[in-house]
Design a protein around this ligand. Structure first.
Ligand code: ATP
Ligand code: MG
Length: 413
């Protein structure tokens, strides 16, 4: 991609933002705020989201989940059946001019359960796991923290259907591992899992996946040496207590919740009369689990964890491009030619490259922009680099000069 052509470039403005993720993503040209809690993803931001979504797809496939896409307009009757039309405070409600009322989907139990009731023919088909990756709407009282809390946001939600609790619990464990893989591949290597009572959507037990960062809203009591963590709201331990697993003094810190999984038991299958005939000839309610990942929140969480005073530092698997090729001294015909040839070469090799081909921008400005955008590798071609290219990792200060071919070897998968 030629940077001169990209829609949504870096911004020089010095406006103050509440949240670092909003500031950096806006200034670097990844997002645009339409209104409080409502954002457009510009081409760079959309590329990051697509990468995250594809990581999730791969990890969902591995645990046998099938992708579908459910509607976002939910007839009121479905939400009345679960008694959630009036009880969910963040529910957006809308009226059609033809006298129908709808909820704008904040979650999808109300559609996935009747769907399963229509399509499930026999208990022999269980277990089944379905997921989709779409928008959600929640009338959040105070959307703040940039894209960490939106009124419209991206989510992957998975629903699993089982004959009994044991089977659900086995699958639940597999989802925990799949989630840890997703977050690991997104660069979030240290996830603290907490067990909680379930929030506004269900009373059954649940687990939350938290990323430690001061930008978070969740207060955690956690251990630095092992996996122990508790949400402070329900914690039985406090800061400096010995860890119940390994005796290390416990710490207290803020975190962002990036995923949340719930045991729904038969709450929704009862509401929609979703049953199967078991081997013993008895009719039983299907046991359900649900599992969410905030996809757009994940982008914000990654930025909160991976940035410095110059800008974003994208982990490799979610970076919008693999390399940022920066052409300096492009007013010299030979250098310009070399840059364009190399850009084409990188494309041919299947290396995802953003090429700063702008001619009316100073060298200093280009390097500043490159740091702000945060692609993990920068390649500079200039008068100084002669027949070679200067390679620098975003998070390191030192660079090295290598031949054009050597650089290609570095990035070819
Ligand atoms: P929170 O506790 O942060 O309000 P939640 O527990 O209500 O979220 P779930 O219903 O479990 O959220 O949704 C699954 C995931 O979707 C959450 O773990 C979070 O990553 C994401 N998410 C929830 N609400 C929002 C929001 N308003 N904006 C962005 N992402 C969100
Ligand atoms: Mg939650």
């Amino acid at each position: 991609m030629l940077y001169s052509k990209i829609f949504g470039k870096t911004q020089k403005e010095t406006k103050k933002y509440e949240a670092k993720n909003q500031e950096l993503l806006t200034k670097a040209g990844f997002i645009d705020q339409l209104a409080s809690g409502i954002y457009t993803l510009l081409p760079l931001g959309k590329r990051v989201l697509t990468k995250i979504e594809n990581i999730i797809r791969q990890e969902m496939e591995k645990i046998g989940a099938q992708e579908i896409e459910m509607p976002l307009l939910h007839p009121k009757i479905l939400w009345e059946k679960t008694q959630r039309w009036d009880s969910v405070d963040v529910l957006f409600k809308t009226k059609s001019q033809y006298h129908q009322e709808y909820a704008l989907a904040p979650t999808h139990e109300e559609t996935v359960t009747p769907l399963m009731k229509k399509i499930l023919k026999s208990g022999k088909d269980l277990p089944i796991a379905l997921y989709h990756i779409t928008k959600k709407f929640r009338d959040e009282p105070r959307p703040k923290s940039g894209i960490l809390r939106g009124r419209e946001f991206g989510m992957k939600d998975l629903y699993s259907f089982h004959k009994d609790k044991d089977d659900l619990h086995q699958y639940y464990q597999k989802v925990i591992d799949a989630y840890l893989n997703v977050f690991y591949r997104c660069g979030l290597k240290e996830i603290k899992i907490t067990e909680a009572s379930g929030g506004s959507f269900t009373k059954k037990f649940s687990h939350e996946f938290n990323v430690l960062t001061n930008a978070g809203e969740v207060d955690l009591i956690y251990c630095n040496s092992c996996s122990f963590a508790q949400n402070e709201e329900v914690a039985t331990k406090k800061q400096n207590d010995p860890c119940p697993k390994c005796q290390t003094p416990l710490k207290k810190g803020k975190a962002i919740e990036v995923g949340n999984i719930f045991d729904l038991e038969t709450r929704f299958s009862q509401a929609f009369d979703l049953k199967f005939i078991d081997d013993d000839g008895q009719e039983k309610y299907v046991v359900m689990g649900c599992y969410g990942i905030g996809t757009t929140r994940l982008i914000g969480a990654i930025v909160e964890v991976y940035h410095d005073e110059k800008g974003i530092i994208w982990p490799e698997e979610v970076s919008p491009y693999q390399v940022h090729l920066v052409g300096l001294n492009l007013n010299e015909r030979k250098i310009k030619e070399k840059c364009y040839n190399y850009y084409q070469r990188l494309n041919k090799e299947g290396i995802e490259v953003l090429f700063d081909d702008r001619e009316n921008v100073s060298s200093g400005e280009k390097l500043v922009d490159s740091d702000l955008i945060g692609i993990p590798y920068r390649l500079v071609i200039s008068k100084k680099t002669k027949e070679n290219v200067e390679v620098k990792k975003r998070e390191e200060n030192k660079s090295k000069i290598v031949s054009l071919e050597e650089a290609i070897k570095l990035f070819k998968k």
